[in-house]
Design a protein around this ligand. Structure first.
Ligand code: GLY
Length: 279
């Protein structure tokens, strides 16, 4: 008998104050979700789907990642991105990349390597060796915001997918918080930002330091693996985060197909789809 597998996808474009053109961001997120959904329907893997979703958000100046990244206090963009493949349970990240608007593509190549977390120069050298071309990462809008010494609301982009084989993957990418210390890295260098096994995928967004202090994505994921239902795992993990004053958003998918989201900021921009197919 054929087994019904329903691929799933959830993506977010950051959690924060809700300032700025939220409607345009919501529309963009929805259109990216639809495009990636088509890839899943066509049999695309969870891994390639989360990479595509994050790459499309990195390409858009509407989100704080890749080409839309905020500038650090010295006027430079430093992007950090990560992914975790639930099939192999391998995590990879690149940290403080300045000359590549799609750090997630570097991470995609890195996840297959022996050494899987690379910082700035090493990450860019690796990108060149993989034939990935450097690109401008400074968008004029972000340059203006930097000149006005504004911080802007924090945020990150992220995606979690389950494909028709039941494999999960999670990914995340950020431009940081804006006007921060030179070289500051938030949560995106670690499984605090995205966590994935064969049972659950989680990606989070928000204030990186407190997300790291609570290892938020891993904490949510482990609770679900240990048997807590996703709603309860999110609630309990956000209570832990709130005890130390953290602000964040989280998205997740379980192997049984449950899609969940939670945030304690004013808004989180997200979209999700369920795609029933027969294999
Ligand atoms: N979560 C993004 C950052 O704090 O850098």
């Amino acid at each position: 008998m054929k087994k019904k597998i329903k691929p799933r996808l959830i993506i977010h474009g950051g959690a924060g104050s809700g300032k700025g053109n939220q409607k345009v961001r919501f529309e963009r997120i929805r259109s990216i979700c639809k495009r990636v959904q088509k890839k899943l329907i066509a049999g695309g893997s969870a891994l390639e789907s989360v990479v595509l979703a994050v790459r499309l958000m990195e390409d858009s100046p509407l989100f704080n990642a890749g080409y839309g990244s905020k500038l650090q206090i010295d006027g430079k963009v430093r992007c950090t991105a990560c992914l975790m493949d639930g099939e192999t349970e391998r995590f990879a990240a690149v940290v403080n990349v300045t000359r590549y608007k799609n750090p997630i593509l570097i991470v995609r190549n890195l996840v297959e390597q022996e050494h899987r977390v690379l910082g700035s120069k090493g990450a860019e050298k690796f990108a060149r060796s993989m034939g990935i071309k450097p690109s401008n990462t400074i968008h004029p809008d972000q340059l203006r915001i930097w000149k006005q010494r504004q911080k802007g609301s924090h945020g990150t982009v992220g995606a979690v997918a389950m494909d028709s084989a039941g494999h999960l993957a999670a990914a995340s990418s950020t431009g940081g918080i804006g006007n921060e210390m030179v070289g500051r890295i938030g949560d995106n260098c670690s499984p605090a930002a995205c966590f994935c096994t064969s049972k659950v995928g989680v990606a989070v967004t928000g204030m990186g330091e407190k997300i790291t202090d609570t290892a938020l994505a891993s904490r949510i994921g482990i609770r679900i693996i240990d048997g807590m239902n996703p709603k309860q795992a999110l609630k309990q993990s956000f209570l832990d985060l709130e005890k130390i004053g953290g602000e964040a958003g989280a998205i997740c998918i379980t192997r049984s197909g449950k899609i969940s989201a939670r945030f304690n900021t004013q808004t989180m921009i997200w979209a999700a789809s369920e795609i029933p197919i027969w294999i």
